[in-house]
Structure formats: C-alpha cells, structure tokens
Design a protein around this ligand. Structure first.
Ligand code: PLP
Length: 372
C-alpha cells in the first residue's frame, strides 16, 4: 500500500504515539480535578498548549482545545456572529473554503445573516480587490483559509486580514493544512488548527484567539477551557497534539526540503496529457491535484486499490458530487470528475511516489486506450 492522501489525514508520528502512550494506559486522571494526579495531567496539557501556540507562530493570544478543527471553525463563526456589534451581520467568505466554514455560514444565512461568498480565479486565488469590494461597515467577519485542502494553493492571508481590519471586521483563518508547513502571517484574529493533519491524533483541534477576542461559547457545560469551551479534555489527545506540533516546528525545514524534492520527482515523472489544478507557485507542494481530459478518475482510483489517493477531497469523494473547489476554479463537472489528488509528505519516499505516479500514468493511458 502506498499512502498518498496526506490532505485527508497523516500517519501518526512514532514520537507522538510514544508521548501519548502513558496518558492512554496508566495516567487516567481527570485534568480538571484538584488531586495531584489531576494537576499532573493539567500541567501536561499546558505544555501541549504552548507547543501548539508556538507552531501557530502568532504573537500573544490564547488557545482553547476543541474536538476537531470542524468544531473550532463552527465555534469561531457562530460565536463571532453571536457577539457581532449591532448593524454588522455580514460574513464574507470564499467559495473554496472547507465545508466546516461554508456549511456554518449557510446555517447562519438561514437565520437571517448576510453571507458573501467570494469567487477565486482559475489559479484558485482570491483577488484582494474582491475582498475590498465585499467588506464594509456591515461586515463582522471575514473567513479565508491559508492552504486549500483540495488544490494546495496559498491565500494572501495578511492582505485579507488587513482589508477586514480596515473595515472594522474580524478575520478568521482556517490554517489546518498550513500548520507547521507554511508561514501563517500576523493578521488573523481567530485561527483553527487540527492535530491529525500534522502527524498527530484524530479528534482534537484548537482555536487560537487574539488577545481581547472571544467568540461566544458553542458548547456549554462545566466551564473548562477558560470557561468558553466546556467538556473534559483528553490529556492523551492534547499531549499528542503538542508532540506533533513540536515535531513539526523542529522538522520544519527538513520536511519542507523533502516535500519540494518529492514534488519535483512527481511532476518530472508525469507523462503528457496531465494538467495541474491550481497555482503551481503559490502552493504547498505536498499537494498535487491533476486532471486529464476524458479520464474517469473514480474508476482509476478503484483500479489501483493498493494506492491510497483521492478524488478532489475526502469529503467530496464520499458525496459523489464533483468538488466545489474544482468547480470554483472554472472546471466543468466533467473536468472535475477527471481530477485526482495526490498528497504526500514526511514519510513518503521518493521511490514510492515515483512508482505510484508511473502506475497512475500507465493506468490512465490504458483506460483511454493509449499505448503504454
Ligand atoms: N479545514 C480544512 C482545510 C481541512 O482540510 C479539514 C480536514 O479535512 C478541516 C478543516 C476539518 O478538520 P477536522 O478533521 O479536524 O475536523
């Protein structure tokens, strides 16, 4: 099995599994209890919190752990709109955001909020002039991601944040695919991240909040996490997230160099007939989204069962609908259905990737009745 689906999730790093182990097996205390065991667990969570904050890399602020980035994004959007000043009921977002953002906005739209979804150009990039035109004194929040999960393109987060602030609005950045890989510039007021995209465990995310900014709680209860995100924290998951974040920071330049090499090898191996979806320069190079005229991508994936790669995105794959991101960059339904996404990173070897690309190329040609 060759695993090429790093945008869906990443393999858990051995260092992360080792750091989590004692907190799964022996150390079962409730981190919110005042016992010595409880305080030990709480202290481990505070170390993890600092590690995640460091990997995010923004100055000041505080961070609350959540059950996923999906929760963090829902919390940021619904909680910021709940607290929006009188007269500001507009959210500006982007057509290529993750479903966690788009569906939360749609839910609010059904409750009377005004939602503006900005288009992107053929390279998948937001035009700052579109942001400028949409953001005004009625806007409370601008939500834009750092790295797109389907096509890997990197948005101009600093500029978008500046335009939001100029109009008195807050800026939320979904940094899930960028954490530990792509610099997050200063500017966002709220940042959502997830552990399982950086070789950490699943079912833990976090919301970073700039000092003085606090969305209304989404989850009410025992008052954990500074009173704004209730629910008993899992020390194992928090420690795992912290260890993954620390590792990502330490290995940042090694991982980056490795991914650049992998990208060069993969793109160098492609035969004629393939087009890369999305910008190739303003992009995280661990994402290679490819299309080929007339290809039945779903059939290609089922023909190559020992390669794990995907259609546009994990979520879009399940629904059977063509990816909303590929449609937003101007592809037809047919072109979107002729696209596959290869995601690779820290644990992918060059040999694996080259052999997978050769097999994908050969299988695509065979499907189209072309000679190998
Ligand atoms: N945002 C982006 C860009 C993602 O890729 C994902 C994961 O698919 C999420 C948000 C949701 O993250 P989680 O799986 O932690 O809910």
């Amino acid at each position: 099995m060759i695993y090429l689906d790093y945008q869906a999730t990443t393999p858990v790093a051995p260092e992360v599994a080792a750091a989590m182990q004692p907190w799964i097996a022996e150390k079962f205390a409730n981190p919110h209890s005042p016992s010595r065991w409880g305080r030990e667990a709480a202290a481990a969570i505070e170390v993890a919190r600092k590690q995640v904050v460091q990997a995010i890399g923004l100055s000041g602020g505080r961070l609350a752990f959540t059950g996923s980035a999906t929760e963090a994004l829902n919390w940021a959007i619904k909680g910021a709109m709940e607290k929006a000043p009188e007269g500001r009921n507009r959210i500006v977002t982007v057509a290529t955001e993750h479903a966690a953002v788009l569906d939360a906005c749609e839910w609010l739209e059904g409750r009377g909020y005004d939602v503006v979804r900005l288009p992107v150009g053929p390279r998948g990039l937001i035009d700052p002039d579109d942001v400028k035109a949409a953001v005004d004194e009625r806007t409370a929040l601008v939500a834009a991601m750092l790295v797109n999960n389907e096509i890997g393109v990197i948005q101009a987060v600093a500029e978008i944040a500046r335009l939001a602030h100029d109009a008195g609005a807050l800026m939320l950045c979904d940094a899930v695919q960028g954490l530990g890989r792509v610099d997050l510039p200063e500017g966002p007021d709220l940042v959502a991240v997830s552990a399982h995209k950086i070789h950490g465990p699943k079912a833990i995310g976090a919301l970073w909040m700039r000092d003085g900014i606090e969305p209304a709680p989404l989850i009410h209860g025992g008052g954990q996490e500074m009173g704004i995100r209730s629910g008993t924290l899992s020390p194992a998951l928090c420690v795992g997230f912290g260890a993954a974040a620390k590792l990502a920071s330490e290995r940042r330049s090694t991982d980056h160099a490795h991914v650049e090499r992998l990208w060069d090898s993969a793109t160098g191996e492609l035969g004629p007939g393939w087009t890369i979806n999305g910008s190739t320069d303003r992009r995280y190079h661990g994402n290679l989204n490819l299309r080929r005229e007339g290809l039945d991508a779903a059939r290609l994936i089922s023909d190559l069962r020992d390669l794990a790669f995907s259609l546009g995105s994990a979520c879009a794959s399940g629904s059977g609908r063509p990816s909303h991101v590929l449609r937003a960059i101007g592809l037809s339904d047919r072109e979107a259905r002729s696209s596959v996404r290869l995601g690779f990173g820290r644990y992918t070897t060059e040999e694996e990737l080259v052999s997978a690309v050769r097999r994908i190329d050969a299988a695509a040609r065979a499907q189209q009745g072309l000679a190998a």
